[in-house]
Each structure stands twice: as C-alpha cells, then as structure tokens.
Design a protein around this ligand. Sequence first.
Ligand SMILES: Nc1ncnc2c1ncn2[C@@H]1O[C@H](COP(=O)(O)OP(=O)(O)OP(=O)(O)O)[C@@H](O)[C@H]1O
Length: 316
Amino acid sequence: MIQASSLAKSYGAKRAVDGVSFTVQPGKVTGFLGPNGAGKSTTMRMIMGLDRPTSGGVTVNGKPFAEHRAPLHEVGALLEAKAVHKSRSARNHLRAIGATHGVGRPRVDEVIELTGLAGVAGKRVGGFSLGMGQRLGIAAALLGDPQTLILDEPVNGLDPEGVLWVRNLARGLAAEGRTVFLSSHLMSEMAVTADHLIVIGRGRIVADAPISEILGGQGRVRTRVRTDHPAELMNALAAPGVEISVVGPDTLEVLGAHPKDIARRALERQVLVYELTPLQASLEEAYMELTKDDVEYHSGGQQPPAAVGVDAGKQA
Ligand SMILES: Nc1ncnc2c1ncn2[C@@H]1O[C@H](COP(=O)(O)OP(=O)(O)OP(=O)(O)O)[C@@H](O)[C@H]1O
C-alpha cells in the first residue's frame, strides 16, 4: 500500500506537487493520470525516496522508502530509463542488481522468463530497443518479488504484444494481492488495465475514484437510438437541454435525455425504435472534462491542447 499525506514538492517558486493525499490500495491496478508537468514523476520519485518532499510525506507498506531495510523486496519501480552499463548483458545487469539485495541467480532467471527476455538475456544491453529496455526495467523492478510495484509509463515503446503483456502482468500482480501503481498517457489503455484512477493536474488531485465512476460520472447521458422515422422522433424529443445528432440514415445520438424518456416519447408518437443504447463517455472525454481547468490554465496561447498528453488517436 502507498499512502501520501499532504505531500508537496517545490522547485524554487514552482509547486510541482501541491499537497496531495491519496492511498494506493493493494489488490488493484491504480492508474496515475495527468497532463504533462502535472507532477506524476515527481510524486513517484518521492515515493521511491529519490526526491525529498518539501513538506508532507509518503509511506510504502507503512514506512517511508528509506526506512525499509530491504527496499527491493518491498517496492519495485520502473521510473525513467535507468543508467545501465551498456556493455553488460541483460542477465549480468540483473545479477548485479540482485547481488546488492541477496537475490540469487534462480530468481534472476525467473524474472528473465517472466519478462520474455530469455532469448536476449546474453546480449549487450546497449543494443536493446526501447521496448526491450522497458522489459529489462520491469524485470529489475520484479527482482525482489515486491509487494508494491510502481511503473512510470510502462507501455512506452512497446509494440501491441508488449502492451498486452504489461496489461496482463499488471492485472496478474494485482490479482495476487499486490499494490500496482502505474502512469500512462494511453487513456484507452488505462480504461482496460486500471481498476482505480488518481488524476492529477497542476500538482493537485483532481479525481480519485474507481474507473467505472469516472467514466459514468462525467457529462450528460448520451444515447444511440435507431428508428425508421428519425425526423419524427427528433420532433418528439426536441426540448431545452436536449441535443440530437443524426449519425446515420436510421440512427440518432441524443444527449441530455434519459433512454426511458426517449422510449416513452417514441411510444406516444407510435414511432418504432429498434435500438436504444446508453453510451459511456470515453476515458478521453472524462479525462478532458476533469483536467480542462488545468489545460486552460496552462494554455495561455502558448501550449496547444495536445499538451494535456492525451493520445486520443492512439488506440493500444
Ligand atoms: N528538477 C526539477 N527542477 C525544476 N523543476 C522541475 C524539476 N522536476 C520537475 N520540475 C517541474 O515540476 C513540474 C512537475 O513535473 P513532473 O515531471 O513531475 O510532471 P509529470 O506529470 O511527470 O509530467 P510528464 O508527463 O511530462 O512526465 C513541472 O512543471 C516540471 O517542469
């Protein structure tokens, strides 16, 4: 479990992390989302004892990171690409890390298998692709068989098979009761990987809720309706606050009216409806809604909207 309490970090006048309190629970995958510069990496670095908080604190499994006698067995982290001896083989790199914590060779071989590195374990790390480097970083994080895992952008640079592998790994580790905390810019990926989301904007927590609640709680109800009399149904539904778009010859999307009301009005007019599907807001939409104030704050004509870090077009 990770517990942050009024955790803050300033760099000069800049409040990179502005007094955040949250708990990352075991047995779940918790996603950490936020626009660029929101404070995700700084928070993760403070959890791992790599940055000292200006005020407040954070514990992992009940203690600050530095107070754990064998931290590799408590928490494993993949932060930004680590300094590795480029001429070392992947196996020797992992053995060297393991040696500092009494992790034996059998466990090194185990994580090599687990991370799909068996075929390249004898190769120089210097020649690794970005994706292989990510797998090696994840292997290092897993070495001590830790209860808590922190992965900063773990799917970065991975091909679709690698993305699926990270997803299954994260879900498998959580199913074993571990605490899994991961950041990603791939919103669509979070929707299928995370159980819970912590959204951060400008150093502050904007949302901390189960993913279903974040998806369900945003905006007005949107419903897809199929009917053989779309024009008549549009007339029947016209009301203040109701927006209707024609998305196909027999298909409408209705925003702001409940499916039950749509059905009732169709019945009153004797209009046949043969589909009535409530549409969930996509995670991108929910995320944009949550962080729009932060984006507006940042933009000031300088940063394009893309600066929120949403890869809306990139589907994993
Ligand atoms: N060492 C540093 N010195 C000064 N400012 C810093 C330092 N590290 C981070 N910052 C600033 O703190 C803020 C938070 O940065 P951080 O890297 O934690 O954000 P992030 O959410 O991880 O962003 P990204 O998605 O771009 O990695 C940013 O405004 C950043 O410029």
